[in-house]
Design a protein around this ligand. Structure first.
Ligand SMILES: [Zn+2]
Length: 664
């Protein structure tokens, strides 16, 4: 090895260690005046020009297909506001700019300049509060930096003036923003930071923009749920993070601190997607993730790039595998009017792909995950195509740590948007179909749209509006919580306690619900409910429209293509069952087939057994004898002891006594 080769090798290794380990020894690029510098450096650009033919060929090809679609896309006719339909234009500009830098093809430069002038001249950048503004600010800032020497001076000056103007709007908004748990703030922080990073040294206010954005990013990371989860659901997680990670990555590349190395939420957050994801075999049908909060089932067109960056940051092959699988599903959709939706920014896959992180299959992952700060649980029989999966929620909106934060009042609850009044509700997906459903993005947030319990006609605090009143939801002691979560080889179980989340008019004393998953396909739901005085209770189960029917003797069935969910409602015997069509006004399941078991008394202990059945499979034998539940399904037999009066709130309602597997 020559001396020069050795030096080069050492430098390469230092470079790799810097990226992987987060040791931040990067020069201050902002002070140096070097360009490009925002997310991309000259050195990285040179690397990518080589890699596009080798290790990065696949991601390059996808990015190029997406970028090429923009070459012919007509400019929007209405340039009054940066409305939702135009939000993706902010992601198009960097795609064109990067492709020009990688190929030297002037068609990309011309298109980038055409779009840059167009966006810069929009009347306003308003659109869905600041989402449009943040998108345009991010895209224009990146194009400004990446094409700096290729843009005529007057185009640069025009873009610069517009960015300063928008930065002046965003800076006070970001300063005052208390909604630390909202995708909106992720976007706003990114837009403002990108303006500051792009204009540093050229506009007086750039340093202030950066200071405001970086301080709010620090606060956001400090208050993100410790378990890696996100209260707005998976799709808003992906959407917000696709911006926030761009800001954090730009900050890292600029040598201003590596949050990937230091922050626990970032380290854990990829698992939020993984454990709420549905079996990959069904992704092409648009069923990618569980519906929690307002998250659409397709997981949104942004989660892939987020997982791509997290895969590189943490050397995580599972995230890499999922990013690979999501990438082809994220094609932009363009309509004839030139509006396009869902452009995911494949250029981020290209920028952030680390070929050293090989994709790892999911098979070996644990099948149950308890996100203990948000108190959200997912349990599944496996990671294969036919797996059964249940998702259960019984936690406070901003997570337990934030609930105990003395600043919560001043920060007005940290503002998790898109949440639902869904405590002690669950959903079930099995053999490729949704069986028990959360409505999805609903017009009005309503407890009744969830598979939980209504007490004296009343639901959980904060419901009834287009947004959950998260402050009302948070203000009810005691805080809802998961009291028990356990995974054993043959079963998983979780016990949720609704605490004081039901409104006063419900006159509820307590509502505890245990879900027991007898693997691989039987679920037992046991409730311990007590109210002040004689009361009426409604036990709800939501299924896809038209799929649910009553069978007599407390039995019911949800029938979907190739799979059924057979249910037995065992007690109280006086419960009256009916099935109704429930209008949810949701973009997901609307209406639902809703099973209502109506019960009366002061105390009720409903008990139900739900079994997933293959095509043609007989219903299991389910008997309740002297406080013991005996279930026989195929070769498996179970005995579960029922505890009606647990001594303490964390004591189980269901105790598995004998799981046995009858061998042939
Ligand atoms: Zn919901």
């Amino acid at each position: 090895m020559t001396r020069r080769t050795a030096v080069t090798l050492v430098l390469c290794l230092v470079g790799v260690a810097t990226v992987a380990g987060g040791e931040d020894a990067r020069p201050d690029l902002l002070a140096s005046g070097a360009r490009p510098r925002v997310l991309l450096t000259a050195a990285r650009l040179a690397e990518l020009r080589t890699f596009r033919e080798t290790s990065h060929r696949d991601v390059f090809d996808v990015a190029k297909v997406e970028t090429d679609a923009y070459l012919t896309l007509p400019l929007p006719v209405d340039r009054s506001r940066a409305v939702n339909a135009y939000r993706a234009h902010g992601k198009m500009l960097p795609a064109l700019a990067l492709m020009y830098r990688l190929t030297d093809d002037h068609a990309y430069l011309e298109a980038a300049r055409r779009w840059l002038r167009c966006l810069v001249r929009f009347d306003t950048w308003d659109g869905s509060q600041n989402l449009g503004r943040s998108s345009f600010a991010t895209g224009v800032s990146l194009a400004y930096d990446w094409l700096h020497d290729a843009l005529p001076a007057e185009e640069r000056a025009e873009a610069r003036a517009r960015l300063v103007r928008e930065g002046r709007i965003l800076a006070p908004v970001v300063t005052a923003q208390h909604r630390l748990l909202s995708n909106h703030l992720h976007n706003e922080i990114c837009g403002l930071a990108m303006i500051g990073y792009a204009l540093w040294g050229e506009a007086e206010e750039a340093k202030q923009f950066v200071a405001v954005a970086e301080e709010k990013a620090r606060l956001t990371l400090e208050h993100a749920p410790t378990d890696g989860a996100w209260p707005e659901g998976v799709s808003y997680w992906g959407y917000g993070l696709s911006y926030f990670l761009r800001m954090l990555e730009a900050k890292r590349v600029l040598g201003r601190g590596d949050d990937f190395a230091s922050n626990g939420w970032l380290r854990a957050t990829g698992d939020y997607f993984v454990h709420l994801s549905l079996p990959e075999a069904h992704w092409t049908r648009g069923t990618v993730v569980a519906n929690i909060a307002d998250a659409p089932l397709d997981g949104g067109p942004h989660s892939g790039v987020v997982l791509r960056r997290l895969a590189s940051a943490y050397g995580n092959g599972v995230y890499q595998h999922m990013a690979d699988a999501l990438m082809p599903l994220e094609r932009p959709r363009v309509d004839p009017a030139g509006r396009h939706d869902g452009a995911h920014g494949a250029w981020m896959h290209l920028l952030w792909y680390d070929p050293a992180v090989g994709p790892t299959p999911l098979d070996g992952l644990p099948t149950m995950r308890h996100f203990a700060d948000m108190d959200l649980v997912s349990m599944r029989s496996g990671w294969g195509k036919d797996a059964a999966m249940l998702v259960f929620h019984a936690g406070p909106g901003p997570g337990h740590r934030n609930m105990a934060d003395p600043q919560r009042g001043a920060m007005r609850g940290f503002g998790p948007g898109h949440a639902h009044p869904d405590i002690n509700s669950f959903s079930i997906f099995a053999r490729g179909e949704w069986l028990v459903v959360d409505p999805g993005y609903s017009r009005v947030k309503d407890t009744r749209d969830h598979s939980t319990v209504i007490v004296n006609g009343q639901g959980q605090a904060g419901e009834g509006g287009p947004w959950l009143d998260y402050w009302a939801f948070q203000q009810r002691p005691a805080v809802p919580a998961i009291r028990l979560a356990k995974s054993a080889p043959s079963y998983d179980t979780v016990l949720g306690d609704a605490g004081g989340v039901y409104v006063d008019e419900a006159r509820l004393q307590h509502f505890r619900r245990q879900v027991l998953f007898l693997k691989p396909d039987v679920f037992v739901i046991a409730d311990d409910i007590e109210a002040h005085g004689p009361s009426q209770f409604e036990w709800l189960l939501h299924a896809p429209e038209g799929s649910l029917s009553l069978e007599g003797d407390g039995a019911f069935e949800i029938v979907r293509p190739g799979v059924r969910l057979h249910g037995v409602f065992l007690r109280p015997p006086s419960a009256r069952a009916r099935v109704l069509s429930r209008v949810t006004g949701s973009s997901g399941f609307d209406p639902t087939s809703c099973l209502v078991h109506e019960m009366r008394g002061e105390t009720v202990n409903p008990l139900a057994v739900l079994s997933v059945l293959r095509e043609g499979e007989a219903a299991p034998s389910v008997r309740l004898v002297e406080g013991r539940l005996r279930i026989r399904k195929g070769k498996a037999e179970w005995t579960v002891k029922i505890v009606d009066r647990p001594a303490a709130p964390a004591d189980p309602l269901l105790v598995v006594e004998t799981p046995t597997l009858r061998l042939r």
